[in-house]
Ligand binder design. Structure first.
Ligand SMILES: CC/C=C\C/C=C\CCCC/C=C/C(=O)SCCNC(=O)CCNC(=O)[C@H](O)C(C)(C)COP(=O)(O)OP(=O)(O)OC[C@H]1O[C@@H](n2cnc3c(N)ncnc32)[C@H](O)[C@@H]1OP(=O)(O)O
Length: 316
């Protein structure tokens, strides 16, 4: 149980270093991932006799784990638009940590409980008119969610059943595979510049890992939002599927990924993502300070206020 507490309270990077005896975040990710799936003594706390177990105690997030298939379904449920509030980000990080610690869990499908919106991204109200300490706490929670999702050793599949701007797109890009409903009304992308804010380097690096440098440069500068078909064209989404089949297609895709031996896939995933994860781990505090300073500026607060006012105007 002590091991479990260490893992859940310090986050995956720290718990993996504890598990492997590795002193620094930068030198142990591959070793850590290869052993992260055998934390049997701590993980036993999550064993259950029921086949499907409900994990999250939050009403903003449901996590159902099927012990038989090894697949968990994580549903965002924060109406009206699944914006990522401090509370939801914290729940997400905790939920992902629990799944990581569960030896029966091999994959996670992430989707929205509400049709039409996957996630509207970060909750803009968390970034407006608040004291600096709140901005720091909020940004740490954004980082933590990213570290857990991007750094997950599980197979992660995004079943994108609605629009997914900014932080919503980031979550989808953290996953190993993306399916999107083929509804042309939906869009996905990193639109930060349109709000007058700047996607930080780890948003950029996540996108570069998915679509490459050129598409990222164009997409970020112009704050481009892509229709599902365009998103497939640039590689942001792996494929579109009829809206009513998104979830079942995600399950079928998951079965394909689970045919690969976990250890080989996990080490490969780690090799692909280690540099990007280490980059943030090395600069976590300065990244938080940069965010807090940037978002506190009057000019940025004005931009965000204008953006939210425009969003509240009746749609033509
Ligand atoms: C140097 C650099 C150093 C450090 C870094 C600095 C900066 C940090 C960068 C931070 C990165 C930011 C990432 C983000 O995720 S920012 C959020 C971006 N999100 C958006 O732009 C989405 C905006 N929303 C929409 O486009 C639409 O709402 C959406 C999702 C398509 C749904 O449309 P629809 O169904 O028509 O719903 P409404 O538009 O009517 O919205 C309903 C209701 O929700 C409110 N709302 C929408 N999105 C958000 C949001 N992201 N946060 C908070 N609230 C949101 C909207 O205002 C409506 O509210 P109302 O009161 O009118 O009911």
């Amino acid at each position: 149980m002590a091991a479990l507490l260490l893992r859940t309270s310090r986050g995956l990077g720290a718990c993996l270093r504890v598990a492997t005896g590795c002193p620094s975040p930068s030198s142990c990710v591959v070793a850590a991932w290869s052993s992260a799936r055998w934390p049997r003594e701590g993980a036993v706390a999550w064993r259950t006799h029921a086949q499907v177990r409900h994990y999250s105690s939050s009403d903003k997030l449901s996590i159902d784990m099927d012990d038989k298939t090894g697949v968990a379904v994580l549903k965002l449920s924060n109406p009206p638009v699944n914006s990522l509030s401090l509370e939801l980000l914290t729940e997400l990080a905790i939920g992902l940590d629990k799944l990581e610690m569960n030896p029966s869990c091999r994959g996670v499908i992430m989707t929205s409980a509400h049709p039409h919106i996957f996630s509207a991204g970060l909750d803009v109200s968390e970034m407006m008119g608040k004291p600096t300490e709140h901005y720091r706490e909020f940004w740490r929670a954004v980082q933590e969610m990213w570290l857990k999702l991007y750094g997950s050793s599980l197979v992660t599949i995004a079943a994108i059943n609605g629009s997914s701007p900014a932080g919503g797109c980031l979550m989808a890009m953290c996953c190993d595979y993306r399916l999107m409903a083929d509804n042309p009304k939906y869009s996905i992308g990193l639109n930060e510049t349109k709000l007058g804010i700047v996607a930080p380097f780890w948003f950029r690096d996540t996108m570069m890992g998915v679509v490459g440098t050129r598409v990222t440069e164009r997409s970020l500068q112009l704050g481009l939002m892509y229709s599902p078909a365009e998103a497939v064209h640039v590689g942001l989404v792996d494929r579109t599927v009829p809206e009513e089949t998104v979830f079942e297609e995600a399950r079928t895709e998951m079965a394909r990924w689970l045919k690969i031996p976990d250890h080989a896939r996990q080490i490969t995933k780690s090799m692909m993502r280690k540099t990007t994860i280490d980059h943030l781990l090395a600069q976590r505090d300065s990244d938080i300070s940069n965010f807090a300073n940037f978002i506190s500026k009057d000019s940025i607060q004005k931009s965000l206020t204008a953006y939210m006012q425009a969003l509240r105007q009746p749609k033509k």
